[in-house]
Design a binder for this molecule. Structure first.
Ligand code: BEZ
Ligand code: FE
Length: 297
């Protein structure tokens, strides 16, 4: 079709794409073009602004490496990751869910660790944390044999892949629930941290005068065939930035009972006060047990 004026562009593109044989791909492609064109019209996008937008996308690509995923970070900071998560969990968004965004730091093949074992693979300062968690099915029955990946940042707010001071896979581990649906581990209380701000997403966040911080949390990924893979985070109650998480990950169900202990019998002889416990129950739902694509290697 030969274009006469700007009004012809949208129908011409939709017509060009209409032969895609897969109905779902056709639906997504058409809606994307309609919304993009409507956006361009609504804001009356200038040529300079278009150039800036294309450069922004190119910078996201260039910033992405095997150990850093700027694309996921962009989706997270504009709320798209959380929106997709909440629409696809909790009976497709109709009930409260224990799910949360994956974030850019999940690695596959974290070290198999026995229940009660430690996540520390190199000396890591911080108050001791003893987590004792339970996994239940939609009827509240304990789920045995669930594979659980755990990962979190250090007290300096860095994941091991960002920090040459930490051993490979420090503060990461893979557990299996026992017959009572329990898994447990020792670690340190995580700290909140700023997301990486040295790329285009950081430019955007700082330009918008937002604080780039995430509240302290631990990530969990629970997997068992026949159940929907549960990707989530459990936040430290009372942590800074619970109300303004830069990636919109905090829901009420995910604020965990991290209990501080000043005195009394610590569960291990090397523990000094204060130390913490976390007691949390994960609710899985039936569904697709596919694993997500790891954002980093
Ligand atoms: C994280 O929790 O690991 C995370 C999530 C989104 C952006 C950056 C980090
Ligand atoms: Fe995190």
């Amino acid at each position: 079709m030969i274009i006469n004026d700007e009004k012809d562009v949208t129908p011409a593109v939709l017509q060009a794409m209409s032969g895609a044989p897969d109905a779902r791909i056709r639906q997504i492609g058409e809606a994307f073009v309609k919304h993009m064109h409507a956006f361009v019209r609504e804001v009356k996008l200038t040529e300079k602004e278009w150039e800036y937008g294309v450069d922004f996308l190119n910078r996201i690509g260039k910033q992405t490496t095997d150990t850093h995923n700027e694309g996921v970070l962009f989706s997270d900071t504009i709320g798209v990751s959380t929106l997709v998560c909440l629409m696809n969990n909790g009976a497709n968004g109709s009930t409260e869910t224990a799910a949360a965004l994956l974030g850019p730091f999940w690695r596959m093949r974290s070290p198999e660790t026995p229940n009660g074992g430690s996540l520390l693979r190199s000396p890591t300062p911080g108050p001791a944390l003893f987590a004792d968690c339970r996994v239940v099915d939609p009827e509240g029955r304990p789920m045995a044999g669930v594979e659980v990946d755990v990962w979190h940042s250090s007290t300096t707010g860095m994941y091991e892949n960002q920090d040459p001071e930490q051993a490979d896979h420090n503060l990461r581990g893979k557990f299996h629930t026992d017959a009572e649906g329990r898994f447990s581990f020792r670690s340190i209380l995580p700290a909140g941290y700023p997301i990486p701000v040295d790329g285009p997403v950081g430019d955007m966040v700082l330009f918008q005068k937002r604080e780039p911080w995430r509240p302290a949390h631990i990530h969990f990924l629970l997997h068992k065939p026949g159940f929907k893979t549960l990707v989530t985070q459990v936040f430290v109650q009372g942590a800074q930035h619970l109300e303004n998480d830069v990636v919109f990950g905090v829901t009420k169900a995910l604020v965990g009972d991290y209990r501080r202990h000043e005195t009394g019998t610590a569960p291990a002889p090397d523990v000094t006060d204060p130390w913490y416990t976390l007691d949390y129950t994960f609710h899985m739902e039936e569904g697709d047990s596919n694993l997500p694509q790891p954002p980093i290697k």
